[in-house]
Design a protein around this ligand. Structure first.
Ligand SMILES: *Cc1c(COP(=O)(O)O)cnc(C)c1O
Length: 373
């Protein structure tokens, strides 16, 4: 039995009649940029996220980038970012001409360690950027308290956390602005690129709305040098269909995560020694975008699973500070040892709303077998 890492086609097929109808509706409307479909999705997603405003943009990186533009973050400014994240988090800051100031993660949660943030603040610091990595909320309360104390903005990267809750409130408006990606593999994924910001700040929403559309509110009247970064109405229509099943699909992910965790924790399996399982703090209701375990012999594990036709991935093999793209910052191996250590040991197991219990069982058996080698 081949076990895919994530089955995107199955996601389409489950919703095929609704998705096909939504796309036809856009085709028949004769309106192909912004418009009612985008507006309707924005209202529905804002409400889902418990936020006052949502603005759809072209992708997740643009959502992050335009959030910083709306906050006037630019050259000379510093933004505190996690050392352990997908490179888009950093690129958004760099694209504004601002400087990334990496802070190491908590080894248990993989998210930015709030206890290390204050030491990284300087007179140039403008914002703190927590990432809710793997679908688990970062510890927002202490981060927001530090931001208030130092007069900083908080821009959250929610690209992996659609539906997650921090202290019973959905990710979407804890910080000044939250950036979302609807890349197909995300928990709420389009059939192409898409992104959005959510915020409770009407001013920020307004600025992003203008920036995404050539800096224009009225056609051919340009207030600021903006961008072309609009959410496609076809994708908005698809996202409206998928938003309706997001909670149900997140619940399916949770059932698999529960199954993985209880199987690997079973004392009789003796497997709890070498695996490091995900840790869920009391404040978090994660949505299991990824199910990441750690093992010192990660390559061996991946090879053995692959021989059993089980597909896994590494999120992420090279931390941003060691990427050639950031060689200009002059970091090297040892600059951020915790992020580097995570990169060497993490492995993401198959996870998604279309992984059935039988398939999860095959993954579990294979992993318990790996331990016995
Ligand atoms: C996917 C992702 C992004 C970027 O999203 P795109 O839509 O691919 O531009 C940003 N941050 C994180 C943490 C992501 O996982």
């Amino acid at each position: 039995m081949n076990i895919p890492f994530l089955d995107l086609k199955a996601a389409y097929l489950e919703l095929k009649p609704e998705i096909d109808a939504a796309i036809s509706r856009v085709l028949d409307s004769g309106w192909y940029i912004l418009g009612d479909e985008v507006q309707a999705f924005e209202a529905e997603f804002a409400s889902y996220c418990e936020a006052n405003h949502c603005v759809g943009v072209a992708n997740g990186l643009d959502a992050l980038h335009l959030a910083f533009r709306a906050l006037d973050v630019g050259p000379g400014d510093e933004v505190i970012v996690p050392s352990n994240t997908y490179i888009a988090t950093w690129l958004a800051v760099s694209q504004c001409g601002a400087t990334v100031v990496p802070v190491e993660p908590d080894e248990r949660t993989y998210n930015i360690n709030p206890g290390l943030i204050e030491a990284a603040i300087t007179s140039r610091t403008k914002a703190i950027m927590p990432v809710h990595l793997y679908g688990q909320p970062a510890d927002l309360e202490p981060i927001l308290a530090i931001a208030r104390k130092h007069g900083l903005r908080v821009v959250e990267d929610g690209a992996q956390a659609h539906g997650a809750r921090y202290k019973n409130k959905r990710i979407g408006s804890h910080g000044d602005v939250v950036a979302w990606s609807f890349y197909p593999g995300k928990n709420l994924g389009a059939l192409g690129d898409g992104g959005a910001i959510t915020t409770n700040d009407a001013g920020i929403a307004d600025r992003v709305r203008v920036l995404r559309n050539y800096g224009s509110r009225v056609k051919y009247v340009n207030e600021v040098p903006g961008y072309n970064s609009r959410l496609d109405p076809m994708q908005a229509a698809v996202l409206r269909v998928k938003l309706k099943v997001l909670d149900e699909w997140n619940d399916r992910r949770k059932a698999i995560a529960d199954d993985y965790i209880s199987s690997f924790r079973n004392p009789q399996s003796s497997s709890n020694v070498e695996f490091i399982l995900p840790f869920v703090p009391d404040y978090a209701d994660p949505v299991w975008h990824l199910f990441v375990v750690r093992h010192p012999r990660r390559e061996d594990m991946q090879n053995q699973l692959s021989a059993a036709d089980i597909n896994t991935m590494i999120h992420y093999p090279i931390p941003p500070h060691l990427q050639q793209a950031y060689s200009g910052l002059q970091y090297n191996a040892g600059s951020f040892p915790i992020a580097e250590h995570m990169a060497d040991e993490v492995i993401s197991l198959p996870m998604g709303p279309h992984l059935n219990a039988e398939q999860a069982g095959v993954v579990i058996e294979a992993l318990l077998g790996f331990k016995r080698l």
